[in-house]
Design a protein around this ligand. Structure first.
Ligand code: MLT
Length: 404
């Protein structure tokens, strides 16, 4: 008789955003007359920039002719895209990353869930708390997290690094030594980040204790302050301890197009074994490359026109972030984030739990947000709003919240 991966049975409930979608669908079908404004999941709303659409059209036409048709993409990514990534995201920032250290994928969500596969089941993971739920969930599936305590909502074998208003949302070095450290900076969900020198301390710590940092830089395009690193490789010594995950979803609106990449430096080794070679082996076996059309779209992200259009798009969302932040502050809320990231993190009013506030907001303002506790136990009593809506909806949602 076959057996299942029992680790899946340990996962409490469904994936955070699936739970929210179900709740909103149920409310909506019971109240068809209500117009709901969705500021929950961090999904973009602005159309793909014209320079990127043009590149996609051209690539579609190429696929229609035998001479320019493309079949399977190289499994690590087309050279034209890897080169554009290296020139723009690394060399331009003084980071020594080469094109063959870039692994193009169908998005950072897959990579952040899959990367744990190349590490031992016995590794102990450390996560910022709260954080993007994929890191913990994927390690639960792999059997690395121990047992779940529904009271504390914590896993016995996970090291939690609380990031709250009390420590200014800066993770502190844990008392127990982790093997794998997940850092998402700027952080999802708090929208806060750390300075480059604080990040350097994490790199030094990881090199000292022999830990690997899985660095999720999905929100890098939203950084507005000059002392914040755009890549972990801006820190000295990061090549020997860090893997970086990057997404095209938030900076270029590719949530429905799907494209991302992971950097595994060749200098990153464990007892002489190259993690770069391991990830290349894994990628080659389990992934058949992002589509040619999509990789051409990715290349256009780095064209002069693409860069200018995306700068405007980021500014559009950051205007929403400023609108939400100022509006909530005016209404008396305690608010964080929204300066280097498209997320606003607020303290729930009147001691409400995160889920109580979710229901309250949905029912009384018809606005959807994300309960902070869904991102980890230290998120309890907090709530996340995304700046990825349209400006009109953002303004309307704020009016409704102010009028509560
Ligand atoms: C979020 O809302 O946290 C993100 O959209 C999730 C994701 O990027 O997968």
């Amino acid at each position: 008789m076959f057996q299942i991966n029992e680790n899946y049975q340990k996962l409490p409930g469904s994936y955070l955003f699936s739970t929210i979608a179900k709740k909103v669908a149920a409310y909506s079908s019971a109240n068809p007359d209500k117009s709901i404004i969705r500021l929950g999941i961090g999904d973009v709303t602005q159309p793909i920039a014209p320079a990127i659409i043009e590149a996609m059209h051209k690539a579609v036409d190429e696929m229609g002719h035998a001479e320019t048709f493309h079949g399977y993409a190289p499994d690590l990514g087309y050279e034209f895209l890897r080169k554009a990534i290296v020139e723009n995201d690394y060399k331009a920032r003084g980071c020594e990353i080469e094109a063959d250290e870039i692994f193009v994928s169908d998005g950072a969500k897959s990579d952040s869930g899959n990367i744990q596969e190349i590490f031992s089941e016995n590794n102990r993971i450390a996560v910022c708390d709260p954080v993007y739920p994929v890191y913990v969930d994927s390690n639960v599936m792999a059997g690395r997290t121990g047992t779940y305590d529904p009271k504390t909502e914590m896993w016995s074998n996970v090291i939690y690094m609380p990031c709250t208003a009390e420590n200014n949302f800066v993770p502190e070095f844990p008392k127990e030594t982790p093997d794998m450290i997940y850092l998402c900076l700027p952080n999802n969900p708090t929208g806060t980040t750390i300075t480059k020198s604080q990040l350097q301390e994490w790199v030094d710590y990881a090199n000292k204790v022999g830990a690997v940092i899985i660095y999720d830089g999905a929100y890098e395009a939203y950084i507005s302050e000059s002392d914040v690193a755009h890549s972990i490789y801006e820190c000295k010594g990061a090549q020997t301890c860090a893997i970086e995950l990057k997404s095209f979803s938030k900076n270029a609106g590719f949530t429905g197009v799907r494209l991302g990449y992971t950097v595994v430096p060749k200098a990153l080794k464990c007892n002489g074994v190259s993690l770069h070679d391991m990830w290349a082996r894994r990628h080659g076996t389990k992934f058949n490359g992002a589509p040619y059309i999509v990789q051409r779209a990715g290349e256009a992200v780095y064209s002069e026109a693409g860069k200018a259009q995306l700068k405007d798009q980021v500014a559009y969302y950051m205007k929403n972030a400023a609108t939400i932040k100022a509006g909530l502050q005016k209404a008396g809320y305690t608010v964080f984030g929204g300066v280097n990231a498209p997320y606003i993190w607020l303290k729930t009013p009147d001691q409400m739990t995160s889920w109580e506030f979710f229901d309250y907001l949905l029912e009384n303002a018809n606005v959807v947000g994300t309960p902070g506790s869904g991102f980890g136990p230290s998120g309890e009593g907090y709530f996340r709003l995304t700046a990825f809506g349209s400006y009109e909806n953002t303004v309307a949602a704020l009016e409704r919240i102010k009028n509560l």
